[in-house]
Design a protein around this ligand. Structure first.
Ligand code: MG
Ligand code: MG
Length: 261
């Protein structure tokens, strides 16, 4: 069941998502060779709580029967696609790290992810990041009132596959509101004119998870970490958006992040 949001609810969603944006920017300031993802998690956790919100990911139940998520952000390095668990391994020059963050503020959720460069990355990795981010914005542009969810996936998939990249099938974007994951699912693949109708008040997270090589993935023994099977890097960018007043509003933001990098 899709819960369409009122203007008042979208206002609360905006606040939760702006806090996510600020948290990602704060984390971004600390990303450099030598820092560990556990240190980044501490930065995020403190920032979210200092701003009166709850980090949604911490203690999130494991859908595969493993232990709940132990941290406040997911940190997915290089060939880790999503749900990387922060650890004590220092980042090194040339790595990429996707930082996915969720906050619960005044009863509503924010959710956004940015893939950061650590120092200098190779040209081919930079291209993967650029295309994945562009795919996110093309997906957002397709999310217009009166169109369908499949139009979003079609836009993301077309751009990424025409660049020779893989589109992960097992994980998708989602409706978002009082719960972090609501209906509808928002795949990063699809065909035009298919899926649920996009109506005013729809709030969704669009989140392309794109691989440099094959889109095949596997889950490691911790029952969280998702890696590419071929060991090639993956990128992940995510915004939460609201469709209302005949427009698409991006509730999260990369502006602060990109000011610092
Ligand atoms: Mg997320
Ligand atoms: Mg999400």
């Amino acid at each position: 069941m899709i819960f369409l949001k009122t203007e008042d609810e979208i206002e609360l969603m905006r606040a939760a998502n702006q806090l996510v944006a600020q948290t990602l920017a704060e984390v971004g300031k600390h990303i450099r060779p030598g820092v560990t993802t556990k240190e980044l998690d501490k930065v995020a956790d403190e920032f979210i709580r200092d701003n009166g919100a709850v980090p949604t990911f911490k203690g999130f139940p494991n859908p595969c029967g493993g232990t709940p998520f132990p941290a406040s952000i997911c940190t997915s390095v290089n060939e880790v696609v999503v749900h990387g668990v922060p650890n004590d391994t220092p980042l090194v020059d040339g790595d990429i790290v996707s930082v996915d963050c969720g906050t619960l503020l005044n009863g509503f959720n924010g959710d956004s992810c940015y893939t950061f460069r650590v120092g200098e990355v190779s040209e081919e990795v930079a291209r993967l990041l650029n295309v994945t981010k562009q795919a996110l914005y093309e997906g957002i542009a397709a999310a217009q009132q009166g169109k369908r969810i499949g139009d979003i996936g079609y836009a993301v998939q077309t751009l990424c596959e025409s660049n020779g990249y893989g589109v992960v099938r097992e994980f998708v974007g989602h409706g978002i509101g009082r719960k972090m994951h609501e209906d509808p699912q928002v795949p990063n693949y699809g065909s035009r004119g298919n899926g649920s109708m996009i109506k005013s008040g729809l709030c969704i997270a669009i989140e392309p998870m794109i691989t440099m090589g094959s889109p095949k993935i596997y889950m490691t023994d911790d029952k969280w970490t998702i890696r590419t099977r071929d060991g090639k890097p993956a990128a992940h960018f995510e915004h939460t958006i609201a469709v209302h007043k005949g427009k698409v509003e991006i509730l999260s933001s990369f502006d602060e992040i990109e000011k610092n990098i």
